[in-house]
Ligand binder design. Structure first.
Ligand code: ME8
Length: 640
């Protein structure tokens, strides 16, 4: 039996969970359930990150102790675990004694290697990040590159970790383990960050009290990230007396997988493996950084009040529909956007129509024709057997690659083929012409069997509803292994309960209010010409516009928005352009594309990187859509 250890980030307790937080846990839960059915010895961990200045401050604001705040938020996570059916084996809180022991143990090991030293730590400090920045790293007007908020100059005596020593070992790890950081674009990002040079890292704080005391250094507390990352070991008993779980799932583990959001990639793919290398402990097999959930195309934030709270969604649509939407809508590794409209469309199309209608049609026909039972005669020679033999390996392969949306797509292929099959065989006519004939039995059985396979594949995604679908088609034993994906297990002559709607259709108009979606702003203003001052043509020609071909594209470290491009404008050297398109585009999809460039702009520095021009894009509610020429043209062609 192979061991399989899967973790989520441990979530901060100064914020209530939103859709982004439950996303990672839903993915981990789906994967844990999938691996259990594959026969693995799974250990699935999630938890909360409870120390640090931010939590201390949030608690103070409410006039309560940090631990009270933590308890309150943890109870929300527990309630969501129950509502969403998370099957985590453990929930670690960094305020637990077992965690303190783990942190002390890893620090002792790093100390033995000689990788700590004390020095004065100076820099621009962002307290929401709990991180020091150099001047170069700051955003415009000396603000935090992540939060855009003011930073303060700080100078204190700290303990440093020799991160620089691990530059080459980390590069070697990435090179020899292409699975170490996924998706591959993230590996490239991390590699170029490490290649650009690693500075030693301050791993203690002198003035943060709500933290773990740094062993051996009175007055210093452990830096939150060294504290937090160690949860992956302390939850397994590392540093404690009983090391059984630790040995099984970490030291000798067959799979050690961290699922995280892309916001915390550097901590997991650079700092964490460096700490582990120094402590002489095994590294994770994979750090998988998924993309970001937006709301209606915009970043969710408390200040704009557009945060999607899981409880609202569950109340309205049901927990398993929320799980389905999250895993179907986001390509694992890429960004996605939540909107009520997208949710309802997806729910109605996939669940109410395709799955729900197929089930109720088949059950009603079988009950009517065969005395309330499943058809008596099975069938294993028809186009659906072929389809299932194609689709099941596709599903399995996608799940093994963590391509969850692709796995669901594969299942829906089979459902679509089944509904096509029923359309051509017309069992509703056959029953009228032949009554409960053998032919009718075979047709309906084929349909039910396809649904059974789909519902079986859905078990990890919809752990409560998939068994209901199975029960609705007469399968009362919930499958315990993937052998259930083989064709042929629908029982003959089994009782079929009266059909109940499992996925009632949502009336979109009623739900969203009858108002149609507003037209984009640009199309609405009656006469933009009247409203604005007009310019002479020569003013327009002051702007030099050219078509350029994108040669390379990479994300600017620490920025979600900025992508650095090298653009061929048929000049001596390519132009370096920093474009704010990172929320809408992935770097790899830009390479080779032709874009319109403002070629005579004064150079500007964005996050310390020079930009020698600007790419043009249409802007829909702040979301850029790049402009391309209608046909390919030579690089450098003038636009007029
Ligand atoms: O960073 N889209 O905790 P955190 C997708 N305590 N995922 C999102 C998301 C969004 N909009 N927002 C949050 C911390 N997430 C640290 C982690 S681990 C040793 C310490 C998810 O409460 C995503 O997994 O800010 C992200 O990495 C995590 O929540 C951050 O949670």
């Amino acid at each position: 039996m192979k061991s399989f250890y899967v973790t989520t980030p441990i979530y901060y307790v100064n914020d209530l969970p939103h859709i982004g937080h439950i996303y990672t846990t839903t993915v981990a839960d789906t994967l844990a359930r999938y691996r259990r059915l594959a026969g693995d010895d799974v250990y699935f961990l999630t938890g909360t990150d409870e120390h640090g200045q931010n939590i201390e401050r949030a608690a103070r604001k409410e006039g309560i102790a940090p631990i009270e705040l933590a308890d309150r938020v943890v109870s929300r996570y527990f309630a969501l675990r129950d509502r969403l059916g998370f099957s985590n084996d453990d929930f670690i809180r960094t305020t637990q004694e077992r965690h303190y022991k783990g942190v002390e143990a890893i620090i002792r090991r790093i100390q033995e290697t000689g990788d700590f030293y004390t020095a004065t730590h100076e820099g621009w400090y962002c307290s929401p990040c709990e991180t020091f920045y150099t001047e170069k790293e700051l955003a415009a007007e000396n603000t935090c590159p992540v939060h855009g908020s003011a930073v303060e100059w700080k100078s204190e005596e700290n303990i440093f970790f020799r991160l620089s020593k691990y530059q080459q070992p980390l590069l070697d790890w990435y090179d020899t383990h292409p699975e170490s950081v996924r998706p591959a674009t993230r590996l490239n990002e991390v590699r170029s960050f490490v290649e650009s040079g690693l500075r030693d890292l301050s791993v203690s704080r002198a003035n943060v009290e709500w933290a773990i005391p740094f062993p051996g250094f009175p007055g210093q507390t452990v830096y939150v990230w060294l504290d937090a990352l160690t949860n992956y070991l302390s939850a397994l008993g590392f540093g404690g007396e009983d090391g059984v779980l630790y040995r099984k799932h970490w030291e000798e583990g067959d799979t050690r997988l961290h699922l995280i959001g892309k916001d915390i990639l550097r901590f997991h793919a650079v700092y964490w493996p460096a700490f582990l290398l120094s402590a002489g402990l095994p590294l994770p097999h994979t750090v998988f950084a998924h993309g970001w959930w937006y709301r209606d195309g915009k970043k969710m934030s408390k200040s704009t009040g557009n945060i999607v709270r899981p409880d609202d969604l569950i109340d309205r649509f049901g927990a398993d529909s929320v799980r389905y939407f999250l895993l179907r809508e986001m390509v694992f590794g890429q960004d996605a956007s939540y909107s009520d409209e997208a949710f309802i469309d997806r729910y109605n199309a996939d669940l109410a129509n395709t799955l729900g209608n197929t089930v109720s049609r088949l059950v009603t026909l079988s009950r009517g024709a065969f005395g309330g039972k499943t058809p008596p005669v099975p069938c294993d020679d028809n186009p659906l057997v072929e389809a299932a033999r194609r689709v099941v390996p596709e599903y399995r392969a996608a799940m093994d690659e963590l391509a969850f949306s692709r796995a669901l797509e594969a299942l829906w292929k089979l459902l679509n083929e089944a509904s096509q099959y029923l359309m051509t065989r017309e069992p509703w006519k056959v029953v009228k012409e032949e009554g409960p004939s053998e032919r009718l039995s075979r047709i309906l059985w084929n349909g039910l069997e396809s649904v059974r396979i789909v519902a079986t594949g859905l078990l990890p995604f919809m752990p409560r509803v998939a068994p209901q679908v199975l029960a609705a088609i007469g399968v009362t034993d919930v499958p315990a292994s993937w052998s259930a994906l083989e064709w042929g297990a629908t029982p003959n002559g089994a009782e079929l309960p009266e059909p109940k709607p499992i996925f009632p259709r949502i009336d979109k108009k009623e739900y969203l209010g009858a108002a149609p979606a507003p037209a984009p702003k640009a199309a609405r203003s009656a006469s933009p010409v009247e409203e604005k001052a007009l310019i002479a043509i020569d003013k327009f020609f002051e702007t030099e516009l050219k078509v350029g071909t994108v040669l390379t594209a990479e994300r600017v470290p620490k920025s979600e928005k900025l992508i650095k491009l090298q653009v061929d404008l048929a000049e001596e050297t390519p132009r370096q352009i920093v474009a704010g398109i990172g929320l809408a585009y992935q770097p790899e999809e830009l390479v080779g594309k032709q874009v319109a460039v403002v070629a005579n702009l004064q150079p500007a520095k964005l996050m310390g990187i020079e930009s020698q021009g600007m790419v043009l894009a249409a802007s829909i509610d702040g979301k850029p859509v790049l402009l391309h020429p209608d046909k390919a043209v030579p690089a450098g062609t003038q636009v007029k």
